[in-house]
Design a binder for this molecule. Sequence first.
Ligand code: SF4
Length: 256
Amino acid sequence: MNASVSLLRPAASNPATHPELTAALRATVAAKAAAALALLRDGVAEFGANGELAFANSFGAEDMVLTDLILSNGLPITVFSLDTGRLPAETYTLIGEVERRYGTRLEIYFPDAGAVEQLVRSHGINAFYDSVELRKACCGVRKMEPLRRALAGRKAWITGLRAAQSVTRAGLPVREFDAANGLEKLNPLSDWTEAEVWAYIRINEVPYNALHDQFYPSIGCAPCTRAIAVGEDVRAGRWWWENPETKECGLHVKEG
Ligand code: SF4
């Protein structure tokens, strides 16, 4: 596999994170935020207010919108995150900022130390560049297994996925049954555009990952994420050495 970084250079400033806040955009965002909040409240009513409904927060721009909707409105939804051990420094800075801003301590899940040791001793520290199989093995140990623990005993989980993010997410419904994990999955931002996400963040002064301003629309682990050039797909910076069809970590892959 060729894991060299693209030679395309990003533009000098990033218009994607600073949309023009027109009256029409503000009105659309207000309506969509109200609809997302109603969906979250309905979720609590249906699934319960004692941890049965949980939000998987990866600290991307979309997830910061949901974090703000949940924590600002005091919704009884568990907010959890996965620390793979390979996150960018900017993400750790944001985690601290979120905890200070909302006066909360986030529920963070870590990989099994023994499993990480075994993987690294067998295949090397950056084996994910060598093959799709080894990349998926790394995601399995660092993301999938902790996610299974985080979702154990839940009835439903919430994600910040949007349909427009990639070919693997086209047609994403607002609610679906997650057969892989055996529980309901809510995607309250499925019909949001990137501009609407950023308008919500600007209007409500929501904290966000500093890498977004440096042309990282989608942020995961540091070694598997790069900046994109203007015109590239928003997911082009994730596992950029792989084909678009394989570029999911397994957290949001449909079975069958
Ligand atoms: S995104 Fe990369 S470093 Fe992170 S778990 Fe997956 S393969 Fe490993």
